[in-house]
Design a protein around this ligand. Structure first.
Ligand code: NAD
Length: 292
């Protein structure tokens, strides 16, 4: 090489090495996320994932003490300016509107909604009371509608693109024994996401779904009544259930809250800039495998 050209290349390589050593801007820096059910297993893992990428997060949950404690723990790691907690029952219109008001006051707006707050219930159809049916519909369908409607109002007022992620369930696509109310409510969630994706597309509002399969570890759902009901349905204890889910998946692996959080992060970030109305099954290959 001529001397000048060799010098230019060396100079360029040194500059490139310098750039590589410089801290990269975080993928979600400057973005504000609201995570419902933020005190729970999947909600808190997702909040943590978004915080790691530089987002500020508002954790919303019906359980005021739990959500305050979870937010306080995260504030120790990510700084007190990055996390807030708000008590919000997703079925209470006034509380939902209030939570968005608080988010606007604290952070000035919202860019990401992770609609995740939920319950699980199990009963044969003939033992499903109207109250149990309505509870599933109220929290899992109406709740997802209310938090999305208020998010859409904010996104449109801000005039910027945004991302909505629904944590639904693979049970919204496939039937599960003794869980008709839960499965039907989850199916409604998934179809709501498709409808909202269409409505929001022109304004750059993306709406996508992450479907977990059973996430036994880290989930509060699996420590209560639901665990007993599923154990009775399948005739297994908690360890037996986990093994059953593992064995019927293609990958033979258990799904963890952190796995769902990765899916939510993908849809929250620009990595998925061209995806809307889509479903990501984080299920170790269960939905598509007929191994039961
Ligand atoms: P979790 O019980 O650990 O967390 C759920 C959180 O939602 C709790 O903190 C709870 O207080 C909150 N919540 C319940 N009702 C609420 C309401 N009305 N308003 C506001 N908050 C409310 O459960 P998880 O496993 O983290 O579940 C999160 C989501 O994932 C749910 O929508 C659930 O249906 C879905 N999901 C979970 C699994 C699983 O196996 N864990 C599988 C598929 C789908």
């Amino acid at each position: 090489l001529p001397e000048q050209e060799a010098f230019d290349i060396e100079y360029w390589l040194l500059e490139e090495a310098k750039l590589q050593r410089m801290p990269k801007p975080k993928a979600l820096a400057g973005r504000i996320a609201l995570v419902t059910g933020g005190a729970g297993g999947i909600g808190s893992a997702t909040a943590e994932r978004l915080l790691k990428e530089g987002a500020c997060v508002v954790l919303a949950d019906i359980d005021a003490k739990a959500v305050t404690d979870v937010a306080a723990g995260m504030a120790k790691v990510f700084g007190k300016d990055a996390v807030r907690a708000v008590q919000m029952n997703v079925t209470d219109e006034g509380q939902v509107i209030g939570a968005y008001g608080e988010t606007a006051v604290e952070f000035g707006g919202i860019d990401i909604l992770v609609s995740n707050a939920g319950i699980a219930s199990s009963a044969p159809v003939e033992e499903t009371s109207l109250a149990l049916w309505n509870k599933n519909m109220d929290i899992l369908s109406t709740g997802y509608f209310l938090v999305s409607r208020e998010a859409f109002k904010c996104f449109r007022a801000q005039g910027i693109g945004a991302s909505v992620i629904f944590i639904a369930s693979k049970n919204g696509l496939a039937a599960s024994p003794n869980a008709s109310a839960y499965c039907t409510a989850k199916a409604a969630e998934i179809h709501l996401a498709r409808c909202l994706a269409l409505e929001g597309a022109e304004a750059g509002i993306r709406v996508n779904v992450v479907n977990p399969d059973a996430v036994l570890r880290g989930s509060k759902i699996w420590s209560g009544e639901w665990l007993d009901q599923r154990a009775a349905t399948y005739g297994k204890d908690k360890e037996g259930l986990e093994e059953m889910y593992r064995q019927r998946s293609m990958l033979k692996r258990a799904v963890l809250p952190e796995d769902i959080a990765e899916g939510a992060y993908f849809f929250a970030s620009d990595l998925s800039a061209k995806s809307t109305g889509n479903i990501l099954n984080v299920d170790a290959g269960n939905v598509q495998a007929f191994t039961r």
